[in-house]
Design a protein around this ligand. Sequence first.
Ligand SMILES: *Cc1c(COP(=O)(O)O)cnc(C)c1O
Length: 428
Amino acid sequence: MNKLEEFIIENFKIDKKVLEYSEKCFGEIEDKFSEIDKITEYNQLKVLHAMQKNRLSEAHFASTTGYGYNDLGRDTLEQIYADIFHAESALVRPQIISGTHALTVALSGNLRPGDEILSPVGMPYDTLQGVIGIRPEKGSLAEYGITYKQVDLLPDWNFDWDGIKKAISPKTKLVTIQRSKGYEWRQSLSIEKTAELIKFIKGIRSDIICMVDNCYCEFVDYEEPTEVGADMAVGSLIKNPGGGLAPIGGYIVGKEECIENAAYRLTSPGLGKEVGPTLGVNPLLIQGLFNAPQVVNGSLKGAVFLSKLFEGLGFDVTPTPNEKRADIVQAIQLKTEKNVVAFCQGIQKGAPVDSFVTPEPWDMPGYDCKVIMAAGAFVQGSSIELSADAPIKPPYNVYMQGGLSWHHAKIGIIIGLQNMVDKGLIKF
Ligand SMILES: *Cc1c(COP(=O)(O)O)cnc(C)c1O
């Protein structure tokens, strides 16, 4: 036994058999890792180049307060985002609380009473259902006279081209395209599929705004949605592009007009992007962006490893280990509540923060069943850090994502598996 194995067995209480199985799986996916590394290298250079082009300097790390007029760091970071995403403009702010907030700002800034939203990729993410008004909430877009239509994916997860064409009417103002799967069991949308869908919609009417919910997809492939025709791409800084360092924030990138509309909603009509202090967090947003490709790299490797490990144990997984990835989320179908709880509790045990607490399923607001969430994160709720969550209902899917480094993701996943073995749920 080598020094590493000895350390793992002694300190993390991993059975020799579990470790051997993990290493065997790792051996079979190593070639996937070099593909991931190439994409990471490209994205690292893309970020570096944008920082150099915009002459990023120490002066940009200064903090502003109050109105935040002339916050050079903020304006420069926004230009860097715009360049990375090949967009005309960007809104990147600590005043945006989360991905849901960023999407809310993008939608409500660009829609007016009488307009209609179309989702051609099925039901949007749980929190967005409340924002749109699919699930009644105070202040939803529905209350402002904005209507909604949905076209589901076909059973084989392809687009329902006819259905989409029929659903588009003169009222259709904006199409929302969610790439990541949320709590659905479906394929996440690759950049190629996203591009194909946008091209189809623009072919029907070119003035329809194509907005992409890009959560969990940044830096996973060579291109971002705004490089393939999207008018807006939206995401959270406590996911991929914050690189694990951003303590808060969201981004919207895209067409100048769309971004201005969003900014007028985030701050005020007439004020837009001119105001908004960064309150000292700018260095973290900037350095986090610089780290983001590497952090996404670790997350992707962890996702492939989890997929391989559980596929090999006879569970359904999506994506499969060799499938091309569109996001950092790995879904595994664990079949029983006991399996789900044991796996998530194991992930928590492997965390750097709060490793000693035991997560339990609870009635979270906005969900129709109990949910268990494992997250021992430096930033509260950050899901670019190793985390796993699962709605407690058949077929008992667990969604795992994140990992600030591959080596943390790896041991975290092994501890998750070991916890299932300890509970007698899996036998070697
Ligand atoms: C995470 C996520 C969101 C936004 O969630 P927040 O928790 O508000 O950041 C929206 N859409 C998708 C697909 C997501 O994965």
